[in-house]
Write a protein that binds this ligand. Structure first.
Ligand code: C2E
Ligand code: CA
Ligand code: CA
Length: 450
């Protein structure tokens, strides 16, 4: 048992030596699986072969909470379920840890989509069963499927498994669907991801990243009282890549930390230069990626920026998106406290865009709530959205939190926000995010109305 325990999560092949079987599960080693699949592909004829790659989400929790013996038992249970339920099985292997792959000949009367639905249903049934047995309500089976026939673009075992694995990764990222069928557009996505992430360091070094500023307007006076810094990537050919596309990709690669720091430095420098020239300045808010919570270097970096540029701490604010507070409340609280120590304000960005974070508001020392633009999705406000907005604004007031509504696009929306006492507004109605030079014109007007 001791060896079995040590093997969980390790490279199966390393532990196995010359053995052809994985000793934990009794399955073929992955190399053997590939050989068998390769042979089946050679003889594919008019058949279709499905490669089903499954990974158990939150398996680590079982190991961490109940120990490796229970984790091992779960893996063996899982293998038993698949073995019992698989028909026309060609081969079955544990790739590593909790990652399994099977290859089957598909029944001729079933479409690829129908096959996916079958697997989806089975996954849900197993989830219920395993959640009860192993007392983990979050356990989930994430599956990617690739199906090949004689006309497939690439007909080799490794590509087929790697395509199924790619679909599995897509499934793992989606909350709603635990089962995804591979298609070639996913390769386009990967190509784009590689293209973007491999160019980020150069984009930073060559100043292809630009900081745009979107004005924030005080409702009562309609005067400029701040701005939000938003990154833009202008390629050498003049085209733009927008943050909605590249931020999620560079969050995965971790490069977002460097991009954020670049934006922060540019903003500090911008404010310091204007102050040195005796010009008017307003507070600027900076977006904080969730990735900063992993290492928390951000506090040290911001402290150094204040030291280097000597601008008043009141000129900088930080925006943390609502879901950060929910994902990791303790860390987020630590970060908010650290930023407060540096003298900056902190907002809850995108409030209302995701899950309800109402209960967190009383626990977190937030200075500003930024109501998400989803509430203003229609030019004329829906009655239900009006109720929610006015309640949030009212609640913020009682908690001594400033309320800001983003995505204001029409005078009607702006008037309504005034009527209910929302203190700050931001949106295309007043201005889109604009380049620094243009924003300087706004600031030069000093206290002038927009
Ligand atoms: P966000 O922080 O919620 O930023 C607001 C987004 O809404 C911006 O998109 C802005 O251009 C857009 N917006 C502003 N007013 C209106 C309006 O009236 N109507 C509509 N429909 N949209 C409006 P943008 O600049 O494309 O940024 C998208 C997201 O990318 C941001 O959402 C933020 O989450 C992220 N992001 C942008 N810059 C940075 C950055 O420097 N660091 C990090 N970590 N994230 C950033
Ligand atoms: Ca923001
Ligand atoms: Ca926002």
């Amino acid at each position: 048992m001791d060896t079995l325990i040590r093997q969980t999560g390790e490279d199966v092949t390393r532990a196995e030596g010359i053995n052809m079987k994985d000793s934990l599960t009794g399955l073929d080693r992955y190399e053997v699986f590939l050989e068998k699949l390769e042979k089946a592909i050679e003889q594919i004829g008019d058949a279709r072969i499905s490669i089903v790659y499954t990974d158990i989400k939150h398996f680590k929790y079982i190991n961490d909470t109940y120990g490796y013996q229970v984790g091992n038992a779960l893996l063996r249970d899982f293998v038993e379920e698949i073995t019992e339920n698989s028909v026309r099985l060609i081969c079955f292997s544990r790739v590593y840890s909790d990652n399994f792959v099977t290859a089957n000949i598909l029944r001729p009367d079933i479409t690829n989509e129908q096959f996916k639905e079958v697997i989806h249903k089975v996954n849900l049934e197993w989830e219920t069963k395993f959640r009860e047995k192993y007392l983990n309500s979050r356990l989930q089976f994430c599956t990617g499927i690739s199906i090949i026939d004689k006309n497939s673009r690439s007909l080799d075992a490794e590509t087929a498994v790697s395509n199924a694995n790619l679909a599995r990764k897509v499934a793992k990222e989606m909350d709603s669907d635990c089962c995804v069928l591979f298609d070639h557009s996913m390769m386009e996505g990967i190509k784009r991801e590689v293209e973007i992430t491999s160019h980020v360091p150069k984009a930073i070094a060559n100043h292809e990243l630009k900081v745009y500023y979107q004005p924030k307007i005080e409702t009562e006076t309609l005067r400029l009282i701040g701005a939000e810094a938003l990154v833009r990537w202008q390629k050498p050919d003049g085209t733009f890549v927008y943050p909605d596309e590249f931020i999620p990709l560079i969050e995965r690669s971790g490069q977002v930390v460097d991009v954020d720091y670049y934006v922060y430095r540019e903003t500090f420098k911008f404010l310091a230069d204007r102050m040195a020239a005796g010009k008017n300045v307003v507070p600027i808010s900076l977006n904080v990626s969730r990735i900063h919570l992993n290492k928390m270097h951000i506090l040290e970096y911001v402290r150094e920026l204040f030291e280097e540029y000597q601008i008043p701490s009141g000129l900088i604010e930080f925006e943390l998106t609502e879901s950060i507070y929910l994902d990791n409340t303790e860390r987020a609280l630590e970060l908010v406290k650290g930023l407060h120590k540096l003298g900056t304000k902190v907002s809850m960005d995108d409030f209302g865009s995701g899950y309800s974070s109402l209960n967190l508001l009383s626990r977190l020392p937030i200075d500003i709530i930024k109501l998400d633009k989803v509430f203003l999705k229609d030019d004329t406000l829906q009655e239900s959205d009006k109720i929610i907005i006015s309640c949030v604004v009212d609640m913020a007031k009682r908690l001594s939190i400033t309320s800001l509504c983003e995505g204001v696009e029409t005078p009607e929306q702006s008037d309504y926000l005034k009527q209910i006492g929302c203190q700050i507004q931001q949106g295309y109605y007043f201005s889109k995010p604009i380049p620094q030079e243009e924003f300087e014109l706004f600031m030069d007007q000093k206290s002038g109305k927009v």
